[in-house]
Design a binder for this molecule. Structure first.
Ligand SMILES: *Cc1c(COP(=O)(O)O)cnc(C)c1O
Length: 357
């Protein structure tokens, strides 16, 4: 039995997408691929509200997260950390042999513009990494305010992960001044895993030219040279790019604003349920994510048991990330999920909680 995914990634995939994945194969050096590539990258630019270059990388998000470090950090990088993925990005930065500092706040807290300002003003850094939506904790940091601060430090390259937020709310890259924005497609974009998308400003590409040891597979300059011919440096995951093409058409037929509104509605529904049932939020407003809700297990529910029971009924449930396992649970409401599907899932949880007590 397929368990319907309510975990924060990968998420449930629409049947049209799975079907698009079964499109007969083409060669990536054939004109057919260039057409597909051009159409997909221009659709992505619309979603990302950018005129910067947008690239397709065959990897999970961490491939490009590592690639961005190798391409852009020349001196010292600061990694803003408020959860598992941002902590990991610091580790990745060090493993790339770069000089880096982690600026940490407790899990559940946001990265604030004040913290970013204070940190960048030290003059120590030429780049920073930030996770917009920390999927491990359900925290969405205030990106517009952070980028307004970052804009006052034009020598510092901004590298922003939007894996679990891109397309769920407006993230206008050019207006915000984001140099490099990275996301994998298996979360907010609701595609199967294996493809990462990233944008790069001219400033970022100029920086890359001056950095040694960029490697090959994620060399931004290779991506740039190939993309100029609507192509990729090495053979891409063409099936997933077909899926992305179909998904972009689906975004535009739903309407981006409608997609944003749907996410707000889903988040509001879960928030009301959390309050009604006497649970606490792990994250304080206004930093609660619009794509997942991290709930504190203050009622002492046996989450492992609940997860098992939900699994038997055909629902995949998340009982907390890493050190938060058992203390919190996360309900994902991202991608193509509809309110009625969420209501069904929540009603099953309600039933199990009532009979289990
Ligand atoms: C899932 C996730 C990642 C890691 O993505 P992979 O595709 O597994 O490499 C990175 N950042 C955030 C915010 C995520 O949610």
């Amino acid at each position: 039995m397929h368990k319907k995914l309510f975990i924060p990634g990968p998420v449930e995939i629409a049947p049209e997408i799975l079907q698009a994945m079964a499109t007969p194969m083409i060669g990536h050096r054939m004109p057919e691929y260039a057409l597909l590539h051009g159409r997909v990258t221009s659709g992505l630019k619309q979603v990302m509200a950018t005129r910067n270059r947008v690239f397709l990388a065959t990897s999970s998000a961490f491939g490009v997260m590592e690639g961005a470090i190798r391409n852009l950090v020349k001196g010292r990088c600061v990694n803003f950390c408020n959860g598992a993925f941002s902590d990991k990005w610091h580790d990745v930065t060090l493993r790339c042999g770069k000089e880096a500092d982690a600026v940490k706040v407790p899990w559940g807290a946001p990265i604030t513009p004040e913290l970013v300002e204070r940190t960048l003003a030290t003059g120590r850094y030429d780049s920073f990494t930030l996770i917009h939506n920390e999927t491990s904790t359900g925290v969405m940091s205030p990106l517009p305010e952070i980028m307004a601060v970052a804009g006052r430090f034009p020598g510092i390259i901004s590298i922003v992960d939007t894996v679990s937020s891109m397309s769920a709310l407006p993230i206008p890259l050019d207006e915000l001044g984001i140099d490099v924005c990275i996301f994998g497609v298996q979360k907010a974009f609701a595609l199967p895993p294996g493809l990462a998308v990233f944008s790069a400003s001219e400033r970022a590409l100029e920086r890359a030219k001056t950095v040694e040891g960029r490697g090959y597979y994620f060399d931004f300059l290779e991506f740039s040279a190939n993309d100029a011919k609507d192509n990729t440096p090495s053979t891409p995951c063409i099936s997933l790019i077909y899926a992305l093409d179909t998904q972009l058409q689906r975004f535009f037929s739903e309407g981006l604003e409608q997609r944003w509104a749907r996410h707000r509605e889903l988040a509001a529904y879960v928030a009301e349920w959390v309050r009604d049932r006497g649970f606490d939020f792990f994250v304080a407003e206004p930093y609660r994510s619009v794509t997942l809700t991290c709930v504190a297990n203050n009622r002492g529910v046996n989450l492992k048991k609940l997860k098992g029971e939900l699994g038997e009924l055909g629902y995949a449930f998340d009982d907390g990330y890493g050190k938060l396992k058992g203390e919190t649970f996360r309900i994902a409401h991202m991608g193509d999920l509809l309110l009625d599907e969420l209501k069904e899932f929540i009603s099953v949880i309600d039933r199990l909680l009532t009979t289990g007590e």
